[in-house]
Design a protein around this ligand. Sequence first.
Ligand SMILES: [Zn+2]
Length: 90
Amino acid sequence: MLLIQCPFCGPRDQVEFSYGGDAGVPRPADPAALSDDKWNAWLNERDNPAGEHDELWQHSMGCRRWIGVRRNTLSHEVVSSWALQPAKTA
Ligand SMILES: [Zn+2]
């Protein structure tokens, strides 16, 4: 079981989060300009790194905010986490 540090709520159990994919693959600026093969590659082809990896997670059963998480894929240690959206102030 992973313990993920939500930047807004503090440490929470993994079951409160939903995995959102690889954080290191930016969305193409103009998807309509891509060929089908390139679009398919962006949608489906991912590296499978052994070691530290940046991931997107949503605290779906908490604050519902998206966060970045650096996780070691070998040990499952959560190395760090950060906010992707600023905290609401009002
Ligand atoms: Zn949260």
